[in-house]
Design a protein around this ligand. Structure first.
Ligand SMILES: Cc1cc2nc3c(=O)[nH]c(=O)nc-3n(C[C@H](O)[C@H](O)[C@H](O)COP(=O)(O)OP(=O)(O)OC[C@H]3O[C@@H](n4cnc5c(N)ncnc54)[C@H](O)[C@@H]3O)c2cc1C
Length: 418
């Protein structure tokens, strides 16, 4: 922890200076600030300031709109650009080309805080951040200088294209192909469920350039408006409604070979490296939704009366609230532990990220669902946000590697002879 803050101190200070005009420091954070679920526990002073900035943004810019974005399926471009102006567009990209240069732990703190205001929008911002990092970490300087500045400001949006109609959990069986022709790749195939598709400007595509299996996969960038790139209908989803998901099709779609990220055959590894962070990010978004749900359930217990007394007097509900709080704090510790493992390049970070994603996304979904239960019938009405947190966190158990796949990764790690 100490080495992290020393390493990032200059960039954090710069970011805070840059953003100070947007932030009212010292503003009351949340209703449960100072309680046992206070999300600033264990953070250093600068992380608390960054968290405060993200919480303020969530409260002022996101929470008032989250219902509208959900119901009207609005992709909140201007709000995300405002978030990017605070340094949230390329949080853990290097500063060389415009990234914010923060750690994975810092990123987790930011995404958790933002998700209190809108889990769905935060989840998209986190996917965008994952894509930006993949370009920044593995791309040529030419690609980095072309894309990172505009991804960091979110003038340009990015999508991650791995899943195919026939290749979900078994992603290494993907068949979208990129064939060399002169100085170009000619791409054919289709990707399914792509978040941001149609709205995004950059598609970070995993495609087959060689043999079957993971070693034949490469990562190639495809720009919106490239001839041969097209999008299917907007999917109707249970949650995650503030950003579109569509099938992305490639029909003799031609891109220069200089759009290759890393080297040929490295694409699957790049995709998985991206997902390690992605799993922390999506789990962090779950934490924020669960935190907000606990606050709202707690407030409801104080005002709602049945049997001539407030719900907070019933021991069953008190204990339920205590269990929700315990699950939240345990999840947060696991997520932050995994983020720190990733930061220090721990050899167990893949399994730790998978464990954290598995645990936090399942527990946080349960917390949101329990909060809905505490609201009774009102929880089932769209007038109250708990149902939206519940709907938005449900999908975190399915994507960025389903939680069954997380169990496979963890058990494989345990069963490996060392
Ligand atoms: C809203 C949404 C947004 C998404 N966004 C993106 C995106 O931006 N980019 C992207 O590339 N993908 C995206 N996805 C796709 C997502 O990553 C996949 O849905 C996920 O990986 C699961 O694949 P599948 O849906 O094909 O399920 P399948 O692989 O068909 O699995 C079906 C079920 O079987 C289980 N299962 C599969 N194999 C095993 C096994 N060996 N042992 C035990 N259980 C198993 C799975 O866990 C799951 O429960 C998104 C999905 C959704 C729903």
């Amino acid at each position: 922890m100490a080495s992290l803050c020393v390493r990032h101190l200059p960039s954090v200070s710069r970011m805070l200076r840059k953003c100070v005009k947007h932030v009212v420091f010292g503003q009351r954070r949340t209703m449960l600030t100072g309680s046992c679920i206070d999300m600033s526990h264990g953070l250093n002073e600068e992380q608390v300031q960054i968290q405060q900035m993200a919480l303020d943004f969530a409260k002022n810019e996101m929470a008032p709109n989250m219902q509208k974005w959900d119901e009207e399926e609005i992709f909140p471009v201007e709000t995300m650009r405002k978030a990017a102006s605070l340094g949230f567009g390329a949080v853990y990209c290097d500063e060389a080309f415009g990234g914010t240069g923060l750690s994975r732990l810092d990123a987790s703190v930011i995404f958790e805080a933002l998700a209190t205001g809108c889990c769905s929008t935060t989840a998209y911002i986190s996917i965008h951040n994952m894509c930006a990092w993949m370009v920044d970490e593995f791309g040529s300087d030419e690609l980095r200088s072309k894309w990172i500045p505009e991804l960091a400001t979110m003038d340009k949006f990015a999508s991650y294209c791995l899943t195919e109609p026939g290749a979900g959990s078994d992603a290494a069986s993907l068949i979208t192909s990129a064939r060399k022709d002169g100085s170009d790749y000619v791409i054919n195939g289709a990707k399914a469920f792509i978040s941001g598709s149609g709205a995004s400007d950059l598609y970070v595509l995993m495609c087959r350039t060689g043999q079957p299996g993971p070693k034949g996969v490469s990562c190639v960038l495809v720009e919106k408006d490239t001839p041969g790139l097209s999008f299917g209908k907007k999917e109707k989803k249970v949650g995650w409604n503030s950003h579109p998901a569509r099938i992305v099709s490639f029909d003799d779609c031609r891109v220069p070979q200089s759009n290759l990220v890393g080297v040929e055959g490295q694409g699957f590894s790049i995709a998985m490296r991206g997902l390690n962070g992605g799993r922390i990010n999506v789990a962090s978004s779950s934490l924020g939704a669960a935190h907000a749900s606990i606050e709202q359930a707690r407030d409801h217990m104080k005002v709602r009366k049945q049997f001539n007394q407030p719900l907070e007097n019933f021991q069953y509900l008190q204990f339920r609230l205590a269990e929700m709080a315990t699950q939240l704090v345990a999840s947060r510790l696991m997520v932050r532990n995994a983020a720190q493992a990733l930061d220090r390049g721990d050899p167990n970070s893949v399994a730790l990220c998978s464990m954290a994603k598995l645990f936090a996304t399942e527990e946080c979904f349960k917390i949101c669902n329990d909060a809905l239960q505490i609201f009774g019938g009102y929880g089932y009405l769209k007038d109250y946000p708990v149902q939206q947190y519940m709907r938005d966190t449900r999908v975190h158990c399915i994507l960025e590697g389903s939680n069954e796949i997380m169990r496979m990764i963890v058990s494989r790690d345990l069963l490996t002879e060392r």
